[in-house]
Design a protein around this ligand. Structure first.
Ligand code: ADP
Ligand code: MG
Ligand code: MG
Length: 902
């Protein structure tokens, strides 16, 4: 080697030189091939070209200095190891060229197998295989097909078409019936296709084939689909991909050869056992491509006992080594087993919990690690009702599970029809090619949404998730014909009114109504399944992991609940108090009339009478909640929305009044109401007369609520309970607002509470950006803070939530302006910064200030981690999210050795 080579960057690693921790440099596939090699497993020899080489290539458009030489050197040592030369006409070495980035990524270049074959070496290959012409020509046609498609962008279906043609000419549907002559003919046809599309002959020079394939892998890093995928998944754009060059082994040499995939446990249920598929006399991707029917892996025991036993031994070793479920690709060449890939395998939510529990039992991981092997999104999935799928239900299509849940209903094709049928009490599924903002009403009315186009960030997906509505998007086997009011799938036609069922978790679509069964995990949380006494691996694993999370988390978890029933349910789910009790519902129903009187009151006396009538009703509401939450803190928010929300809408009222006047009826009261609605109309109600502003403008309103709270607490204590009320003032932006409310409230509380021993705290929401920025001042007057992150996000971004999600968020997500809606997961950089500032300055002014969060973010996994980091005392979320928040708070608090498998 020349002296200058010695100081060059190392761009190529032999498999024996790498290991599983070098994913950044060698990509996932390369790092794990190296790991298996070093474990002494039968991996065909090969080498990995690093992500650094890819980055250098992409930066300059040329291979970096020294790369060509290093590839040459590693190829030579590969040739020595195999005792063959690449493309040698007598006894050719063939290789596969495989991309492999740190994260597995759709849209990147796939694999090219059999590199090194040409018109001469195909003859040598046949001779070496004992005169197996069929095998040699089959391998050659595969090379031209894969090379053409992935390296030179020749449309893949042209090759497919030629293959179908050959089968038809032979009168068969099975590619195994094609003999050597048929395949030789196919190679000729493929070469013509290649020439037609590329303007050149298929390259015969093996080194040129190799180099072109390597470059194509590098370049595929910047393919449009890959770029888009990275943006959406927040994968950095500058990681680059590695390239693996691996000596070919052949599963297509005859019936004693084959190829397969295997899992060390069932990736669906987590059960221990042998899971996988095997296909005899086949190469590479035939298994997943579904070209022929595979057999269950168990059958391999009968076909080739010694390979089977060896494989099982290797699987057990890999599991012990990776301490996790592994998935595996292997090939058998004439009775000899070869390992071609392994990685920590993907799994369903249920399997994640079950496997984590099993691995603890087996002593492979501890409970801290188990906690990191699962996550809140998986737990949330397990809390949805599921379809009860017997064998009679086969999916007819599969799209993207865009918003979880299980929904059945009658098919409709327009938003208007969805609204109509829903109004008649029908469950409907809105089916569209894709949705747009005009479909919003139909989406609200539907039980579920099914589209044939669009991904996880399409309009349908984004809006459905925001509404918590089941959605399957991009089910492209479905052909939607809106004008004809039907869709076709798998040769069947489904018209308006026919019933379909969609699974928003798996993306599967079924014809007819699939029965739904309740979630066992919810039954466990509700206390109706005892984990110690039932034989249910999932429930036991959830119980065990939740117990560990609770024992370790620092954040308390409260709930948002407005009624005794919600409070009771949340308490069963583990809530440790109420973080947000909204009082607006206490102004609805038959109480509306009192609110109208309050608003229309001309004289003080009328207003006081209305408030006096509301007082006992509110007191009763609070008493019920305090009773359910006995002993736990309850944060009650004083009334927040603009009062005109409690009045009839302007248009309707105007019409009613006009009609009544026409009839000559007495409409004095309605006219007054109409005038009030006109007067109170706001262009921008979210920024108008609401929250603390109401309390300061309408005399006696907050005072009545404060009195109801204090009286309810006293009644609760007199009845032998313990009430811990915390009064929360909404929408404060300046300390003076809070001081004014507090002064009045304290007088009332002192008067009501007397010597009952009840203690009432007074604090504020931090939801206006100005409040966050003046938190130091506000803390002087507040006994606690609670971040209202919904409003803080609205006002921080200047987004009107009700408008933006349907109107343009899908576009923002598509462009990667944010990776997830800031209403779903807290925007750490902006809104999160406000939270940090307010926490630090609030606590500086009042050490030990109790701080929580009560927006929907309180139940979002990522946001919970953020609130833990910032040092909040608790998160509060909807009852159903309480277990998710408990789990994530535990995960945030517990450290592991870093082998988090998410
Ligand atoms: P993917 O990431 O899409 O699975 P792979 O690089 O793993 O792509 O390769 C695709 C298929 O080709 C797999 O079935 C793999 O096992 C097979 N394969 C890859 N390299 C070889 C090889 N050297 N010999 C035999 N089969 C191979
Ligand atoms: Mg693979
Ligand atoms: Mg708010």
């Amino acid at each position: 080697m020349a002296a200058q080579d010695m100081v060059q960057d190392k761009y190529v690693y032999d498999f024996a030189e790498g290991n599983k921790d070098l994913k950044d440099l060698l990509g996932g596939k390369g790092a794990n091939l190296a790991e298996m090699t070093n474990l002494g497993l039968p991996v065909p020899p090969g080498f990995t070209i690093t992500t650094e080489a890819c980055k250098a290539y992409l930066a300059t458009g040329a291979q970096p200095d020294g790369l060509a030489g290093q590839i040459e050197a590693h190829l030579e040592s590969l040739e020595r190891a195999m005792d063959k030369r690449l493309g040698d006409p007598q006894d050719p070495l063939l290789v596969s060229v495989r991309s492999g980035a740190k994260f597995s990524m759709p849209g990147m270049m796939e694999t090219v197998l059999n590199v090194g074959l040409n018109d001469h070496s195909v003859v040598g290959l046949s001779a070496q295989a004992g005169g197996n012409d069929r095998f040699a020509w089959d391998s050659y046609r595969r090379l031209i097909q894969m090379f053409g498609k992935t390296v030179c962008d020749v449309p893949g279906d042209e090759f497919e078409h030629a293959l179908d043609e050959a089968k038809r000419a032979k009168g068969t549907r099975d590619d195994l019936d094609l003999d050597a002559d048929d395949l030789r003919g196919l190679v000729d046809a493929y070469k013509k296709i290649f020439l037609k599309h590329t303007g050149r002959e298929f390259p015969q020079e093996p080194r040129e084939q190799l180099d072109l394939a390597i470059r194509a892998v590098f370049e595929s890093w910047n393919a449009e689909r890959a770029v888009l995928y990275r943006r959406q998944e927040r994968i950095p754009a500058d990681l680059g991909t590695a390239v693996n060059v691996v000596a070919m082994v052949f599963g297509n040499l005859g019936p004693d050869s084959g190829t397969g995939v295997a899992f060390t446990r069932d990736p669906a249920s987590g059960a221990q056992g042998i899971y996988g598929d095997y296909l005899a006399n086949a190469q590479g991707e035939d298994v997943v491509a579904g070209i022929r029917n595979t057999v269950p892996l168990q059958d391999l025991e009968r076909l080739d006992k010694s390979s089977y036993d060896e494989l099982l031994g290797i699987m057990a070793r890999l599991e012990g080594h990776y301490r996790d479920l592994c998935d595996i690709e292997f090939t058998i060449e004439r009775g000899k087993l070869w390992m071609l890939q392994t990685r920590v395998g993907k799994r369903t939510a249920a399997a994640a919990f079950v496997i984590a529990g099993q691995l603890v039992d087996e002593g492979l991981i501890d409970l801290n690690e188990a906690l990191h092997r699962v996550n809140g999104a998986q737990l949330a999935q397990l809390m949805f009702p599921r379809f009860q799928l017997d064998h009679e239900f086969q999916p007819v299509a599969k799209g993207i599970g865009a918003s979880p849940g299980a929904a059945s209903g009658k098919v409709v094709f327009t938003s208007a029809r969805a609204v109509e049928l829903a109004a008649e009490g029908e469950s409907v599924i809105l089916v569209r090619r894709e949705t747009n903002p005009d479909d919003l009403n139909g989406m609200i009315a539907a039980k579920g949404i099914l589209t044939s186009r669009g991904g996880k960030t399409s309009h349908a997906a984004v809006v459905a998730r925001g509404m918590g509505k089941t959605c399957v998007s991009g089910a492209d086997e479905i052909e939607v014909n809106v004008p004809a009011k039907r869709f076709t799938v798998a040769g069947q036609t489904v018209g308006e009114g026919d019933v379909v069922s969609i699974d928003g978790t798996t993306g599967k679509v079924y014809l007819g109504e699939v029965p739904v069964m309740p979630s066992e995990v919810v039954q466990y949380f509700e206390g109706s399944l005892d984990p110690e006494h039932i034989d249910n691996a999932l429930v036991r694993a959830v119980h065990r992991i939740m117990t560990h999370a609770d024992a370790n988390r620092r954040l308390a978890v409260r709930t948002n609940a407005d009624t005794g029933a919600d409070a009771a349910r949340a308490r069963r789910f583990g809530a440790e108090g109420i973080g947000l009790c909204r009082t607006e519902h206490m102004f609805l129903g038959d109480r509306r009339e009192l609110v109208e009187r309050l608003i229309l009151a001309r004289a003080e006396g009328e207003r006081d009478a209305a408030l006096a009538a509301l007082l006992p009703l509110q007191r009763a509401d609070f008493e019920e909640i305090f009773r359910e939450m006995d002993g736990l803190p309850v944060t009650v928010r004083l009334i927040d929305p603009p009062l005109h929300e409690f009045l009839p809408p302007l248009e309707q009222l105007a019409v009613d009044v006009a009609v009544a006047q026409e009839r000559g009826e007495d409409v004095a009261k309605e006219e007054a109401l109409l005038a009030a609605v006109r007067r109170m109309h706001e262009e921008n109600p979210m920024l108008g007369l609401r929250g603390v502003r109401l309390g300061l403008v309408i005399p006696g309103l907050f005072a009545m609520q404060v009195r109801a709270i204090a009286e309810a607490a006293v009644a609760c204590v007199r009845g032998g309970g313990t009430a811990k009320p915390e009064i929360m003032v909404p929408l404060v932006g300046a300390v003076q607002e809070l001081e004014t409310v507090r002064a009045e409230a304290e007088k009332i509380i002192a008067e009501v509470v007397g010597d009952s021993g009840v203690e009432v705290l007074i604090g504020t929401m931090i939801e206006v950006p100005r409040a966050a920025l003046t938190a130091g001042q506000i803390a002087e007057a507040a006994q606690f803070f609670s971040f209202g992150t919904n409003d803080l996000t609205q006002m921080g971004w200047g987004f009107s939530r009700d408008d933006v999600e349907g109107a343009f968020f899908w576009r923002y997500l598509e462009l990667g302006i944010f990776g997830i809606s800031p209403f779903e997961s807290i925007d750490r950089d902006g809104v999160g910064r406000l939270v940090r500032i307010a926490t630090e300055e609030g606590r500086a002014a009042r050490p030990g200030l109790k701080i929580g969060v009560c927006g929907e973010h309180g139940g979002d996994p990522d946001s919970v981690h953020f609130f833990h980091e910032v040092g909040l005392d608790y998160v509060s979320c909807s009852p159903f999210r309480v277990p998710v928040a408990r789990l994530e708070a535990g995960r945030a608090a517990v450290q592991t050795d870093g082998s988090d498998s998410r």
